[in-house]
Design a protein around this ligand. Structure first.
Ligand SMILES: Nc1ncnc2c1ncn2[C@@H]1O[C@H](COP(=O)(O)OP(=O)(O)OP(=O)(O)O)[C@@H](O)[C@H]1O
Length: 345
């Protein structure tokens, strides 16, 4: 049996509605009394939409994801104008409030599946527990639904897997189990933080396709955090590029990846090796790294590493619309305002 085509999701409710399932406006995050590691971050995700968050290590991607899940440490200071998950205002939500939301309204998939699984509990029981925790099923129904979910995430021999422990499964299979658990209560939003980074390349592609298919079928919105532009290009409806805690460019993958307007995005793209190997000599890299003081710069935070930087880059600058679906925060934008609209339609 071709599992991919035969097993369809059993979601009986289509959650597609006009309302965004995630609305964030003006999110700031700081650890302790330090400079904010995320500043004025805004994002809206529609049901069924996948938005990719990209940027190099330390730009604040994971902090955003953890804030959405209410999983930041106590040392973190979080403020925002709006923070709505599945239509619920979670500004000021307590740990207890977030415990009810997590799994039920917002699901999570992290890089390392073993950290999300209990090593001493059988797979079937772990999945069923998600349903029982949220009062969505009695013991017998939860077990039956756990089996369905294993079929949905295309785990071979699902009856056998129900009885196995996490260490008896491969890394790819464990990540499928985590996806099944994330989907069990049919959340309206998913946060996936580097969900395939720990897997080998062939398994990565399978898991990404599975995730995209299930997410589309369920109508959940998804924030996909990755440092891998290939992953983002393949799976996202929209891409948000972060640098030193700020959004510096956003738009459709076609626009941002084919006509990058920010020199940082252009540098990221130029540093990806191609199969054709059409780079003479070494791949170009962006010299330097994100320094803590860059996050306090009033002007462009990338300027210290930017070959195009000039005095005009020292003034504060907002995200500006280049087209209806492509914004950039750069006075030296590599593409003009209103550039060929055809490219991002
Ligand atoms: N618990 C913490 N306490 C203090 N600083 C932290 C904490 N967690 C993250 N940071 C700092 O916040 C900044 C942003 O980190 P974050 O993990 O959000 O970035 P990232 O883009 O997801 O990076 P990576 O891809 O390496 O996870 C970094 O400078 C990091 O050192």
């Amino acid at each position: 049996m071709n599992v991919a085509t035969e097993i369809r999701p059993t979601f009986d409710t289509d959650v597609r509605t006009a309302e965004p399932c995630l609305a964030v406006d003006g999110l700031d995050i700081a650890y302790g009394t330090g400079t904010p590691v995320v500043s004025d971050f805004s994002l809206t995700v529609a049901p069924g939409e996948t938005v990719g968050l990209i940027g190099e290590s330390g730009c604040g991607k994971s902090s955003v994801g953890l804030a959405l899940l209410g999983l930041l440490p106590d040392s973190a200071q979080v403020s925002a104008r709006t923070l709505d998950i599945a239509g619920q205002d979670v500004l000021g939500a307590t740990d207890r409030d977030f415990q009810k939301l997590r799994g039920r309204e917002i699901g999570m998939i992290f890089q390392e599946p073993m950290s999300a699984l209990n090593p001493c509990t059988r797979i079937g029981i772990q999945i069923a527990e998600v349903l029982r925790l949220h009062g969505l099923a009695d013991k017998k129904t939860a077990q039956a639904r756990a089996l369905e979910l294993l079929q949905l995430v295309q785990v071979p021999e699902p009856e056998l897997r129900m009885k196995q422990f996490p260490h008896q499964l491969s890394g790819g299979m464990r990540q499928r189990i985590v996806i099944a658990m994330a989907l069990a209560a049919r959340p309206k939003v998913l946060v996936a933080d580097e969900p395939t980074t720990a897997l080998d390349v062939t398994v990565q592609a399978q898991i990404l396709r599975l995730l995209a298919q299930i997410q589309q079928d369920s109508g959940a919105g998804m924030v996909l955090i990755s440092h891998d532009l290939g992953v983002i290009a393949e799976t996202c409806d929209r891409v948000v590029v972060m640098y030193a805690g700020q959004i510096i460019e956003q738009g459709t993958p076609e626009a941002v990846l084919s006509a990058p307007a920010h020199p940082y995005t252009a540098g990221l793209l130029a540093s990806i090796p191609t199969l054709a190997g059409d780079h003479a000599g070494d791949l170009p890299t962006i010299p330097g790294g994100i320094a803590a003081e860059d996050r306090a710069r009033p002007g462009c935070r990338f300027a210290p590493r930017c070959a195009l930087a000039g005095p005009e880059c020292e003034a504060p600058l907002p995200l500006e619309a280049l087209t209806g679906s492509h914004d950039v925060r750069c006075v030296k934008s590599l593409v003009p305002v209103g550039y060929s609209a055809a490219i991002d339609e």
